[in-house]
Design a protein. Structure first.
Length: 95
């Protein structure tokens, strides 16, 4: 939530900039792709193709093994908070 609100404020202040367009495209992708598709894609790319995270969490998972599912599930809240904050700040700057 903190990252989403902060990025939303920055995107609203620097409207029509590179950061604004990048965040709008990324949030559109995250919100447009269902979690049931986004999770296996993240698992494949971040766990198998580029081994940054372990692709699966076993019976006794470590904190590091639970980061990838947390990032995927948290990305939806982050994208929603970012878009709402950007819209609210933009409206207040216009007034």
């Amino acid at each position: 939530m903190i990252f989403g609100v902060t990025a939303g404020v920055i995107a609203a202040i620097r409207r029509s900039g590179v950061f604004d367009h990048a965040t709008l495209v990324l949030t559109l992708l995250v919100l447009g792709i269902p979690t049931i598709v986004l999770a296996p894609l993240a698992q494949y790319f971040l766990g198998v193709r580029w081994p940054i995270f372990p692709p699966t969490a076993g019976a006794q998972p470590s904190f590091y093994a639970l980061l990838l599912p947390g990032i995927v599930l948290g990305s939806l809240s982050l994208a929603t908070a970012l878009r709402l904050t950007r819209t609210s700040v933009t409206e207040n700057l216009r007034a």
